[in-house]
Design a protein around this ligand. Structure first.
Ligand SMILES: *Cc1c(COP(=O)(O)O)cnc(C)c1O
Length: 315
């Protein structure tokens, strides 16, 4: 919906990280736009705002940031760049519900933002998501696009006496059952976040105690970011060490998984997108990153998980 609302045309360019899920790119490619992949920062693994300006061309229309692991991008720098070059900013806030940047909720800063309620996220409805509109110019059209390109919402409000097809669109609506499930999840969102943060903090304390001997690196949270404990990851020293770490945990029945295969080196990424620069950080971290389990109910298994993780790190 964000890509449709920005009225992207074939050949328009959207700057985004390569270290992200395929949906970030697909949304724009479906409109014929070209993802331009820019490297991420070493610390947060978010789009490196210092590399964005050099990737801007006369075709650039938008910057799509991804708040990886629910940790905010440097939105002041991104918004300033967008303003200077007349670009839109879309926040992929799929992982970032209830996270903040300088005390502002992520998803409320760019012109448009998307949340995900996929079952792997903090607040879920199985499948689903939300478009957040922070620029009122988009509101009226968004209502049409989400209802198959019709003015049905206006009809239901009694503002017109019949509804008709007025624009492009699709059925972006959740079913009543899905929406009811989500409503209950949203009521519990603060409690869910608090429980996740408690687990995350245990991981962080453990990782700090392991850091020197096992050369691992835990997530870095910038001082102006409040995070939602969406994910706890480790960066191991090498791909080999990661492979053996995952295998050893698996032997003990613990699911630890790696994350994104960089989009700029994927078959569709090469076909539909363009890499800006060498994306060295992206390639490096995608080989070394492992995510530890983090779900409500893990609390009672933490001792076991940390013991297994320590053993797998050779400690
Ligand atoms: C989960 C995720 C998505 C996709 O969300 P869906 O609800 O499956 O469309 C997009 N981007 C990022 C960064 C994600 O983590």
């Amino acid at each position: 919906m964000a890509a449709i609302l920005l009225d992207l045309q074939p050949g328009d360019e959207v700057i985004m990280p390569s270290f992200t899920f395929v949906s970030t790119a697909n949304a724009f490619v479906l409109c014929g736009a070209v993802p331009v992949f820019v490297d991420v920062r070493q610390d947060t693994l978010n789009l490196d705002e210092r590399l964005v300006e050099a990737a801007i061309t006369s075709r650039t229309k938008a910057i799509c940031v991804v708040h990886y692991a629910g940790v905010g991008c440097d939105m002041d720098a991104i918004m300033a760049l967008a303003k200077a070059h007349g670009l839109f900013v879309v926040e992929d806030a799929a992982q970032a519900i209830l996270s903040t940047y300088k005390n502002r909720p992520l998803g409320s800063i760019g012109h448009l933002a998307a949340l995900s309620f996929h079952e792997t996220k903090n607040v879920i409805s199985g499948e689903g998501g939300a478009l957040l509109i922070n620029d009122e110019r988009f509101i009226e059209r968004a209502e049409v696009v989400r209802e198959n390109g019709t003015n049905r919402s206006k009809f239901f409000r009694g503002q017109i006496d019949k509804y008709t097809w007025v624009d492009i669109g699709s059925s972006f609506l959740p079913s009543e059952i899905v929406a009811a499930f989500l409503a209950a999840q949203l009521e519990q969102a603060q409690a869910i976040t608090a429980r996740r943060l408690a687990i995350w903090d245990q991981y962080a304390t453990w990782a700090a105690s392991m850091q020197t001997q096992s050369h691992i690196r835990a997530p870095i949270i910038p001082a102006d970011c409040g995070h939602n404990a969406h994910m706890f990851y480790l960066l191991l020293p090498s791909l080999e060490r990661r492979t053996s770490f995952i295998a050893q945990l698996k032997e003990r029945g613990i699911g630890a998984v790696f994350h994104y295969v960089p989009l700029h080196s994927s078959p569709a990424g090469c076909r539909y997108g363009r890499a800006h620069g060498d994306l060295a950080v992206t390639s490096d971290v995608s080989d070394r990153l492992v995510r530890l389990p983090l779900w409500i109910g893990l609390d009672e298994h933490m001792e076991n998980v940390l013991a297994a993780a320590s053993a797998a790190l050779g400690a």
